[in-house]
Design a protein around this ligand. Structure first.
Ligand code: GCU
Length: 421
């Protein structure tokens, strides 16, 4: 008992913020505040959008600007030089199912360089262009498979303890069921997200952001792009590379992001219409979930745990969701008319599954402008009864925050339907 009290006292002294946060988190549906969602199809000047032309000309750019200025930061327009060095080409990996390539990207500006490593699997039987899943991995390229020849990158080494560079090898295999994806005829291109922006305090100088003009401007602009903006930018660079490869059908790319990478995938897809399908898996607060529900992770928490994820302007909505002039259904709508998929897990209350679903539902009117079906009802589907018949897909599965075989089965089924495979 004495020990428990001592631990509690130490927690209060050293982690007051943490305790305050855990007290603030709401998991009670009856305590979700009354809210009105910002209009999707009414412009800031008050005009109702009734055609896809007006959506594309007026409302879509307006929403992109709002998300840039107030949430993710403005992506600079500089063209950063990139060189590609193929480090490995190996046939017949994954029990003969795939060919593997490892490519080093060197981004440069002036005399500064940042390196990133892309790992690509191409179905061995393809003999033509194949559709691709693009996605960042969290723990190094070598975490997706046990093969000792898979290299790990500069970014990964930066954030990991020196002396144990190999300890993640194969550790993320369940999140990357490569043989299954390949057997369905899709290629896979994955990169470690730390290569683009190391996800650790104090490493911004090692991120691609540091290659852009005006880096480290002081005072920091309120719409400064940060890690999520950089990760979104980086996925576009992976697509640039695939566009140049004879084995990739670059018009059929699916960008898949889990959790913080789900947030980045939605932001990437919103800005770059080349991504044919965008998938958010358990992306939660700052991703698919509606912020105004203040359920699970709040704006204050998501923008405080890693203060370098969002633009500084987003901080004005700490404990102030009611005054948000935008919400995440508008982000999902920016994918229209391209198919978009939102996936939740029952045990992932932190990410607010209902808020993720409602945001997908409320994005539907943008799809309807194109004569497409989004999600027809605001009643959440049953567990593991996926909605795949519209341009907005959704499922909620049992289990916790993760990417599972079940999730991949749904993603591939949805992509097959939309690519008419
Ligand atoms: C934390 C964070 C989430 C994020 C998640 C992840 O839980 O609070 O916002 O999505 O990490 O990326 O795994």
């Amino acid at each position: 008992m004495k020990n428990i009290l001592l631990v509690l006292l130490l927690c209060i002294i050293f982690f007051p913020e943490g305790l305050a946060q855990s007290r603030e988190v709401n998991y009670d549906e009856s305590k979700v505040p009354q809210y009105t969602l910002p209009e999707l199809l009414i412009t800031t000047a008050g005009k109702r959008i009734e055609s896809k032309e007006d959506w594309e000309k007026v409302r879509r750019p307006e929403l992109l600007k709002i998300f840039s200025e107030q949430m993710y930061g403005t992506t600079p327009g500089d063209k950063i030089k990139v060189e590609y060095t193929v480090l490995e080409k190996k046939q017949g990996v994954l029990n003969g199912l795939a060919d593997r390539q490892q490519i080093e990207f060197t981004f440069s500006s002036g005399d500064k360089e940042i390196k990133a490593l892309l790992l690509v699997y191409i179905p061995a039987t393809a003999g033509g262009k194949v559709p691709f899943f693009i996605g960042y991995n969290f723990k190094g390229n070598h975490s997706v498979d046990t093969d000792p020849r898979i290299l790990y990158s500069e970014g990964f080494k930066l954030v990991k303890e020196p002396g144990h560079p190999d300890w993640e090898r194969g550790s993320q295999q369940t999140r990357w069921p490569l043989e299954y994806i390949i057997s369905k005829g899709y290629g896979v291109a994955t990169m470690n997200y730390h290569d683009i922006f190391p996800d650790k305090d104090g490493l911004k100088d090692h991120s691609i952001v540091s290659l852009f003009s005006g880096y480290d401007k002081s005072p920091q602009p309120s719409d400064e792009w940060q890690a999520i903006g950089a990760w979104a930018w980086g996925s576009g660079r992976i697509l640039d590379y695939l566009e140049k490869q004879s084995y990739a059908d670059a018009a059929k790319t699916v960008l898949m992001g889990h959790s913080r990478q789900g947030k980045a995938a939605l932001w990437a897809g919103a800005q770059d219409p080349r991504f044919a399908i965008v998938i958010s898996n358990n992306s939660g607060s700052g991703g698919a979930a509606l912020s105004k529900r203040v359920y699970g992770e709040t704006v204050k928490i998501v923008s405080s745990i890693k203060p370098f994820w969002f633009a500084p302007a987003f901080n004005q909505y700490h404990d102030n969701e009611a005054n948000l002039p935008f919400d995440q259904h508008q982000l999902i709508a920016l994918m229209a008319p391209r198919p978009v998929y939102v996936a939740s897990a029952v045990g992932d209350r932190w990410a607010d599954p209902k808020g993720e679903f409602l945001s997908a539902y409320h994005a539907s009117p943008a799809y309807e402008l194109y004569g497409l079906k989004g999600i027809a009802s605001d009643h959440m589907p049953e567990i593991e009864s996926p909605l795949h018949d519209g341009a907005i897909g959704y499922h909620i599965r049992k289990g916790v925050h993760d990417v599972t075989a079940y999730d991949w089965e749904q993603f591939i089924h949805f992509a097959d339907l939309h690519f008419k495979r």
